[in-house]
Design a binder for this molecule. Structure first.
Ligand code: UDP
Ligand code: MG
Length: 321
């Protein structure tokens, strides 16, 4: 018996692309099944993220047509990441492996063969990585690059040029679901799950039809969400900044006194300039210290799993000779 694959596809107002996407995924699934790479219980699971168009009606029609299709309907729009998680949560009890991909066919469906092969070779997480961003607009390409650099600088572990096209094994999906945080940034959380992982590169295509559901505003929010939900380093920067100002204030102190004793200053200048620098530095430093504690509290409130066990070797019944 081969493994059960669930393809999870979040859809928000995707009526233009759904007919084509569903057809191509159907063909892919039947081909994979013929090659005995996946079990016949495998499914294509569409998650309707509170679409305002005919998306859910189309999904219902597909499900009525073939048991290969499945659907989840969210009560309202909750955003790409939450829709994806809803799909993974629905699929995890039934699937051995879960592939998540966008509805717009930008992710190359054929990369799935390689992903499944990597899974069968023992990988629990397989990241789809874009080989190039030639098809993205100049702006999207550069803003994305800036984002990945910034994330790295701030110490968040994310896979470069990997979006949300990935394969998760059942246990990786279950481990992912044990992260209870509300501000969810899957790209940052999946590497935290651990297990053996690898990457598969693919050429990212253009959106098949319809418009991007990530206008600039949403993209900036998404990036900020990613940074603030994964890293408390910005707080550390305040602390360091405060310390630096304190050091500068010491230098200013020396300079102010030197000026004072050399006598060529306006009366009052020395005390004013010293107060400004010393107080400024101390205040910034104090805010940083408070921030450090807030950062700690923030991380604690996420109640992330402290560890995820991959396997245990323990013989309980056998007596030791
Ligand atoms: N999406 C979603 N909910 C949203 C926004 C987007 O489920 O609120 C889905 C969308 O239907 C698509 C995927 O997330 O399947 C990626 O969106 P899109 O292709 O518009 O993003 P882009 O490729 O432009 O970054
Ligand atoms: Mg897209």
């Amino acid at each position: 018996m081969s493994d059960i694959l669930y393809i999870v596809v979040p859809c928000y107002n995707e009526q233009e692309v759904l007919p084509e996407t569903s057809k191509r995924l159907y063909d892919k699934m039947t081909a994979l099944h013929k090659q005995q790479k996946i079990d016949e219980k495998s499914r294509i699971l569409f998650v309707n993220d509170g679409s305002k168009d005919a998306t859910w009606r189309l999904i219902e029609e597909l499900c009525a047509k073939s048991p290969l299709y499945a659907g989840v309907n969210l009560s309202r729009n909750r955003g790409h990441q939450n829709a994806l998680l809803a799909g993974i949560a629905t699929a995890a009890p039934h699937a051995d492996m879960i592939v998540s991909m966008d509805a717009d066919l930008q992710d190359d469906i054929n990369a799935m063969d390689e992903m499944i092969a990597a899974y069968q070779a023992g990988n629990d997480v397989v990241y789809g990585v874009r080989s190039s961003r030639q098809k993205d607009s100049f702006f999207k390409r550069n803003s994305a690059q800036l984002f990945y650099r910034l994330m790295k600088l701030l110490g968040a572990e994310i896979v470069y040029n990997h979006a949300d096209y990935r394969l998760l094994s059942k246990r990786a999906a279950e481990a992912l679901l044990s992260f209870d945080e509300v501000n969810l940034f899957l790209r940052g959380i999946v590497p935290m799950v651990g297990f053996q992982s690898t990457t598969v590169t693919y050429e990212r295509g253009e959106r098949f039809a319809g418009k991007s559901k990530y206008p600039l505003g949403k993209m900036v929010t998404f990036a900020l969400e990613g940074i603030t939900s994964l890293s408390v380093k910005p707080i550390r920067m305040i602390t360091v900044g405060g310390l630096l100002v304190c050091v500068v204030s010491l230098l200013m102190l020396i300079k102010a006194f030197a000026d004072y004793f050399s006598g060529n200053v306006e009366p009052g200048w020395t005390s004013v300039i010293i107060s400004i620098w010393v107080l400024g530095g101390l205040q910034l430093f104090a805010i940083g210290i408070i921030g450090e504690y807030i950062g700690k509290t923030y991380m604690e409130t996420k109640e992330r799993p402290k560890f995820i066990i991959e396997s245990v070797l323990l013989q309980e019944d056998n007596e030791v000779e």
